[in-house]
Design a protein around this ligand. Structure first.
Ligand code: PLP
Length: 394
């Protein structure tokens, strides 16, 4: 047949999904695997949210909604922005999509032209570079350092900006590093964006999962940066609603209007019942979130102490999200049980095959000296898994 899409043929498969699929298969075959791969809370969606969606279904609210989402949901999102982020948006500044990943896809589709460069931090969430390529733009990978808690420095940003730079992707709290930018650091980035007339795509999906310090939305700093910022957020992580597929974005009207049109042809509205559940979530009791954050925090502290007690491994203390990046550079070149460790993929494969522990190799995030462990799993699993890892590298 004729040649298939060259652009889409170059999109890489997700390494994260590949290793979690292998672990799942081993589990299904009856092997006792401890998995640190999870990218989703190990909690059920709170009951009042589930009930709101059931209620919508029972009332027959099961048809199409406006393509960009229910007005009432947009209003609930605006209330959330005001309450949590001190941001004033109107419903016309909001688009609701099928998950924050879809919102990111849309945001890039709205602003990119061929030749545009989008700044992506390394380590990066696996989808950023691919989403940029899908929008015909070029990801410019900016290496951050563990010494600076994996956050952009002023110099790193300035060095990577040129006249083709269209936007900076900012993800705080961060996946995979758990880093959180302070208000002062955001002010510096905002100034660079304003001086160079660059958009900021601010992925704030882990906003509610914070343990030290406070989350600040860069858009809230001043009107100029608000105008340049596309805020991305969603229901998945904060409300344990990953499968519901509801994300949203806020931006100036010109951007929103492009996305409204694109989304109206590509997907139409996100799932209707999930939108009703989301209204309840955003206006509801945050008690269940606080309980979840408490559980994550306890695991986080245990995990950081335990990892740093293991010879040849080390990690910093994440301030948000539910991931720890372990530095494995001291293991490079060593051989365990016939497995030579040249990089994070070798180590992840060794741990899975021999210790029956699933972790994500840092190479998936462009950081081959690290592995990522999620603490969205029980304390018992965490204890057992880390005992196994320690045993495997003795
Ligand atoms: N952004 C980051 C940094 C993430 O880690 C994820 C999920 O893993 C998403 C966005 C997408 O979330 P969803 O599409 O489930 O709303």
């Amino acid at each position: 047949g004729k040649i298939l899409s060259t652009k889409n043929g170059k999109i890489s498969p997700s390494i994260t999904l590949a290793i979690t699929a292998k672990a799942k298969k081993m589990k299904a075959d009856g092997i006792d695997i401890v998995s640190f791969g999870a990218g989703e809370p190990d909690f059920n969606t709170p009951k009042f949210i589930r009930e709101a969606a059931i209620d919508a279904m029972e009332k027959g609210l099961t048809g199409y909604t406006p393509a960009s989402g229910l007005l009432d949901l947009k209003n609930a999102i605006c209330e959330k922005f005001k309450r949590d982020n001190n941001l004033d948006y109107k419903a016309e500044n909001i688009v609701v999509s099928s998950g924050a990943k879809h919102s990111l896809f849309n945001a890039l589709q709205a602003i990119c032209n061929p030749g545009d460069e989008i700044i992506v931090p390394v380590p990066f969430w696996v989808s950023y570079p691919e989403l940029v390529k899908l929008a015909d733009a070029t990801p410019v990978l900016v290496q951050t350092t563990e010494e600076n808690s994996f956050k952009y420095t002023r110099e790193e940003l300035l060095d990577s900006i040129n006249e083709n730079t269209k936007a900076i992707i900012l993800n705080s709290p961060n996946n995979p590093t758990g880093s959180v930018y302070t208000k002062e650091e955001l002010e510096e980035i905002a100034k660079i964006a304003i001086d160079n007339d660059i958009y900021v795509i601010s992925d704030e999906i882990y906003e509610k999962l914070m343990y030290d310090g406070e989350h600040v939305s860069i858009a809230s700093l001043n009107e100029e940066i608000k105008d340049l910022t596309i805020v991305i957020n969603g229901m998945s992580k904060a409300y344990a609603m990953t499968g519901w597929r509801i994300g949203y974005m806020a931006a100036k009207k010109e951007i929103i209007s492009i996305i409204n049109n694109v989304q109206s042809h590509a997907t139409s509205n996100p799932n209707t019942m999930a939108q009703y559940g989301s209204i309840a979530a955003l206006r509801g009791d945050e008690g269940p979130i606080r309980d979840m954050v408490c559980a994550f925090d306890e695991r986080r502290k245990f995990m950081v102490d335990r990892i740093n007690s293991i010879e040849n491994l080390s990690c910093g203390t994440p301030k948000g999200a539910f991931y720890v990046m372990i530095n494995i550079s001291k293991l490079r070149g060593k051989t365990f049980d016939g497995y030579k460790i040249e990089g994070s993929m070798d180590f992840a494969n060794y741990l899975l095959d021999k210790a029956k522990v699933a972790v994500i190799p840092g190479v998936a995030f462009g950081a081959d000296n690290y592995i990522r462990l999620s603490y969205a799993t029980s304390l018992d699993n965490i204890k057992e898994g880390l005992n196994r890892i320690e045993g495997a590298i003795k």
